[in-house]
Ligand binder design. Structure first.
Ligand code: NAP
Length: 556
């Protein structure tokens, strides 16, 4: 294959499989398929591996799933060797881990960095995908695997006046590589989602003055992060294979928490308060598992939500600020629960102010800052913590044309339509890792990634073994799955929130609950059964003559 100086492909090259993205998904997919003898190319837009952990370098960025669980399980030596330094790893540490994996398994030689894919077109006659990079290089492959991530298309609201603003603008999801120093500066942060809630305390500790613009208050629980202890690390490592199996096969979230088999209303108020307090002191998203109906029953949910609102009132000294920070518009956890370090405490600092922009929205950027209602704010820097076009944004950014020329964006205009979150009718041989319609963002995503990668690899081996060159979901199977995803979502409280799970954060995006809420354990079983039954619901077909001839020629 021809290569440009930076390792990006030039001219035209051909592989069995092309993978888009070199984050957790793309790297493991490459490792797995290469080990099975497929020729593979990974195209990555960034200048290095890491995906979301490459881009999200904002201050305070860390994972809200514990390090011992937010890591690959596919290689026993890797999981024994790697040492996490904290209960919840920071972004730099996770990125070092990903880089270590890339080096350890010699993955870099099959990855083209700085290679953004612009289009992917399915050639029906050749039964292959032709991908074109932004610089015009072409990569052909029988199979195309989108490992583009669920939260990778950063979203900057299009406020008028952005070009007029003379200060510095940052987005949490696109943070610069060099350290950003806010010392002595007046800073505005827009947003109060997970990213903002992590970034606000360290920015406040540096800046001269910080103003937080909040449209919707969120629920956040304390992380109680701490250094990893040898004892805790060993409690996992001693029994890693069994614990990982349990997370995969026996939990809905792919994470081992302290699950309860009781409903919140099955116990008295004092017992409940005690249990919430115990979990609050322990820290982390374990709080959500105090009772098994918190996300199913609004009355049960209210008990936990009231507890958190009480904690906010207790923590924030100024009663008006505390009141403004109380979430009332959605059930606890129906938007992803945030996990913080001193978020609410930060509003007790003299240099931090909260501005509620619900009633008087941010109108525009000006030369000096922001205009909100009648007020002008001056800032040296504005941080947009305004989130992502989740689940579909990164796919929409590539023009993906299927069998009859319809684009994926058109096919999904009324919401994403997939079979098992893995494939979409009309787009043969195109897979999505943790695509919409799979547990993905509702789970420990590494567990979901490994499950998808293993399933896709098994599928490609099956096709190869049977001399088949094409796979595509049947329309009826896909329609059935979409209906099922929707139906199970509506048995829960999730659809009651205007969340990014619903596409509600993007103006004009169809509101559909995108991830599959049935649980990673149930979902895995369904996927395994589908494969065991000869890929039930998929249409499998032979490779077209043109491709077989070309492969025979290549084989000499
Ligand atoms: P987000 O949850 O979508 O939050 C975006 C914030 O920006 C919201 O508060 C939103 O307000 C606000 N916003 C957007 N447009 C606005 C406008 N025009 N005016 C005022 N406010 C506006 O995004 P995120 O915080 O980046 O988090 C996204 C997801 O990434 C998380 O839910 C989580 O899954 C993942 N994440 C995880 C971690 C972690 O592991 N710890 C850290 C960061 C992110 P509204 O709510 O009113 O729309």
């Amino acid at each position: 294959m021809m290569k440009e100086a930076n390792g990006a492909p030039a001219g035209e090259s051909r592989f069995d499989v092309v993978i888009v993205g070199a984050g957790f998904s793309g790297l493991y997919m490459l490792h797995k398929l290469r080990g099975l003898g497929f020729s593979v190319r990974v195209c990555e837009a960034g200048s290095d591996v890491g995906g979301t952990w490459y881009w999200n370098r904002y201050p305070g960025a860390r994972c809200d799933v514990e390090s011992m669980q937010y890591s690959y399980s596919f290689d026993e030596a890797l999981q024994q060797d790697w040492r996490w330094s904290e209960r919840f790893a920071t972004q730099p540490e996770i990125l070092r881990y990903i880089e270590h994996v890339a080096d350890r398994f010699d993955l870099r030689r099959d990855i083209s960095l700085d290679t953004r894919i612009a289009t992917a077109v399915y050639d029906e006659a050749a039964a292959e995908w032709m991908l074109t990079t932004q610089t015009g290089a072409r990569i052909a492959a029988r199979f195309c695997i989108m490992a583009t991530g669920c939260l990778s298309a950063a979203r900057l609201p299009d406020f008028p006046g952005t070009a007029e603003y003379r200060g510095r603008i940052y987005h949490t999801g696109h943070w610069p590589h060099e350290a950003v120093d806010f010392s002595g500066l007046t800073v505005g942060v827009i947003g109060t989602g997970s990213s903002a809630i992590q970034a606000i305390p360290p920015i406040a500790a540096q800046a001269r003055q910080l103003t937080v613009f909040q449209r919707t208050p969120n629920f956040s629980v304390p992380a109680r992060n701490r250094a990893m202890t040898e004892t805790y690390e060993q409690s996992w490592k001693r029994d890693y294979p069994a614990l990982r199996r349990r997370a995969r096969e026996e939990t809905r979230s792919g994470t081992i928490y302290e699950f309860s088999d009781k409903g919140a209303l099955a116990v008295d108020a004092e017992t409940r308060r005690h249990e919430y307090e115990r979990r609050w002191q322990q820290g982390g998203a374990n709080f959500m598992h105090a009772y098994n109906d918190i996300l199913l029953d609004k009355t049960a949910n209210d008990t936990a939500a009231d507890f958190v609102r009480g904690k906010i009132r207790e923590t924030v000294a100024d009663p008006r600020t505390a009141e403004a920070l109380l979430p009332h518009d959605h059930p606890l956890g129906a938007k992803r629960i945030c996990v913080d370090t001193e978020y609410y405490e930060t509003f007790n600092r003299d240099n931090v102010a909260l501005v509620d922009v619900r009633r008087a929205p941010i109108e525009r950027l000006t030369e000096i800052g922001l205009r909100v209602g009648e007020r002008d704010f001056a800032f040296d820097a504005i941080v947009f913590a305004t989130g992502f076009d989740a689940m579909t944004g990164a796919l929409d950014a590539i023009t993906i044309s299927g069998r009859d020329g319809t684009t994926l964006k058109q096919a999904w205009s009324a919401g994403p339509r997939t079979y098992l979150g893995l494939m979409s009718a009309g787009f043969p041989n195109l897979f999505t890792v943790t695509g919409p319609g799979s547990p993905s963002v509702l789970s420990n995503v590494i567990v979901s990634i490994e499950q998808h990668v293993d399933w896709i690899a098994g599928c490609l081996v099956h096709l190869r073994r049977h001399g088949l060159g094409r796979i595509e979901p049947e329309q009826a199977a896909q329609d059935g799955w979409v209906a099922h995803v929707n139906e199970v979502a509506h048995r829960t409280l999730y659809p009651q929130a205007n969340s990014w799970y619903m596409g509600a954060n993007i103006p004009g995006k169809t509101r559909v609950f995108m991830p599959y809420i049935g649980g990673v354990n149930v979902y895995r079983q369904i996927c395994d059964e589908v494969a065991a039954e000869g890929y039930r619901g998929f249409r499998l077909a032979g490779a077209p003559t043109r491709q077989i001839e070309r492969e025979q020629r290549a084989a000499g």
